[in-house]
Each structure stands twice: as structure tokens, then as C-alpha cells.
Design a protein. Structure first.
Length: 244
């Protein structure tokens, strides 16, 4: 199985990658389209030159790899993807060759977290609108909604959600998915020193805690613009491992 987890930034996507990497049957890849995204957009992200140098800027060549043989002869290939890396006009037909799951988070919390590391944010930076578009395409092809995981719900009970997700995907669940060794991994992208400090300190999912984002009017406008897409995806979220 080639499992694509589609998220936006400042979510639990890296912790989720750790969770799956701790399975003995799984190999992971970290944001394989990031270099192509930066090269195409010219955006100045932290570590931009290192990301482009270390990655492949030919997006369709990356896609052929993602749809090809699973590395190491493993049964499961967990692909951590950011939906904003799918640029307008990009052929996304290849996505239907993967098993797709969508990881969402309240846009106010995303914007608040994003602005702790970046000077500004626009709606396309956080990927929710792109997530909705991709979700609709996948659901239309499948004839039913693919799994959606809301980060706040998930952190209230990671074990139940992972068991439910594994059941929906036809995978065996293991408690190894709840804990992992702290520290960096060779599988982390070269951008990890800029973004992964909390995950490097972790050995499991952080406990859920309530958050009260405090946004400027401009930042609130971005969150508000993304909220309709979030609400439509949220309606399909998994609840304690069961589709709602």
C-alpha cells in the first residue's frame, strides 16, 4: 500500500509520520514534492536552497517514484504530503493510484502557529482549500469519502483513531504506533532543523490541550477564508476510529 497522508503545515503530520515509521512493515518519505514546489514558486522558505539542492525539482519524476516500487521491499509506504505543494494546473491523476487520507486542523490554530515561524500568511499557504479540492476529486473517484482525521479529535484519543484508521485501510494495528524514539531521523527532510524541534523532543503524540489563538485582523481574515473548506472536510472526520 502507498498511503498518502495529505495535510497542511503546522499540523501533527510529522508526528503521524513518526507513528507509521515505527511500524515494522512501513517505510516513509517526507514531503517529496517540496523541492519542486519551491523551485516553481520561487518562495523564500527557511532552508530553501538546501531543500532544492537535496530534492528533485521535476515534480512528475517524483510522482513516478511515488507510484513505483515501495523501497526496501516493505508492505506499506507512508507518504507525508502537503496539499499546497500541488500547484494550480498540475496533473493530479496519479493521486488515484495511492490510498489517500486527509489530516485537517482548525484554520485559526494553523494560522496562529504558522505566524510563529513566518512573517505573513495567505490562504494558499495553509493548504485547506487545496485539501478540499483534492478530497472532492478522490471522493468522486471512490464513490465515497476517504478517511479524514481532525488533529484535535485525534489528540484526545490517538489509540482509538489509529485503530479505526488501520481498520478502514485493512492494516493490522500495533501499539508501536503510539510511541517512538526521540530525536532526528535520516528520513526527515533537510528542512527539519527549521520546523521539527518539538517532534525531535517527542516520543509520542502530545496530549491534547485547548488553544486560544489570538490573531490580527489580517490573520483572522485568512483563517475565515479557509474555514468553509475546513468545515466541509470536518463533516467527514473520523470519530474514535469510526467514520462520522
Amino acid at each position: 500500500m502507498r498511503l498518502a497522508m495529505w495535510s497542511g503545515p503546522r499540523n501533527i503530520s510529522t508526528a503521524m509520520m513518526r507513528s507509521f515509521e515505527n511500524r515494522p512493515d512501513c517505510v516513509v518519505i517526507d514531503e517529496p514534492l517540496y523541492a519542486a514546489y519551491l523551485a516553481a514558486t520561487g518562495l523564500d522558505h527557511p532552508g530553501r536552497d538546501e531543500v532544492i539542492a537535496a530534492g528533485n525539482t521535476d515534480g512528475m519524476r517524483v510522482v513516478r517514484t511515488l507510484c513505483g516500487p515501495i523501497p526496501g521491499g516493505r508492505a506499506l509506504w507512508y507518504q507525508k504530503h502537503m496539499t499546497h505543494h500541488l500547484l494550480p494546473g498540475m496533473d493530479t491523476g496519479w493521486v488515484h493510484r495511492l490510498t489517500n487520507v486527509f489530516l485537517i486542523r482548525d484554520p485559526a490554530a494553523v494560522v496562529d502557529s504558522y505566524l510563529k515561524s513566518r512573517a505573513s500568511v495567505i490562504a494558499t499557504d495553509i493548504g485547506l482549500q487545496q485539501q478540499e479540492h483534492l478530497f472532492n476529486a478522490v471522493a468522486d473517484r471512490l464513490g465515497h469519502a476517504p478517511p479524514v482525521i481532525d488533529a484535535d479529535d485525534f489528540l484526545r484519543n490517538p489509540g482509538a483513531h489509529l485503530q479505526g484508521l488501520c481498520a478502514r485501510l485493512g492494516l493490522d494495528y500495533t501499539d508501536r504506533m503510539l510511541h517512538w524514539p526521540a530525536g532526528p531521523r535520516d528520513t526527515d527532510g533537510v528542512w527539519a532543523p527549521h520546523w521539527y524541534a518539538a517532534v525531535w523532543r517527542s516520543n509520542g503524540f502530545e496530549p491534547w490541550r485547548p488553544r486560544q489563538p489570538r490573531l490580527t485582523p489580517e490573520a483572522q481574515a485568512v483563517a475565515d477564508a479557509c474555514r468553509p473548506a475546513y468545515e466541509r472536510l470536518h463533516a467527514h472526520r473520523m470519530v474514535l476510529g469510526l467514520a462520522s
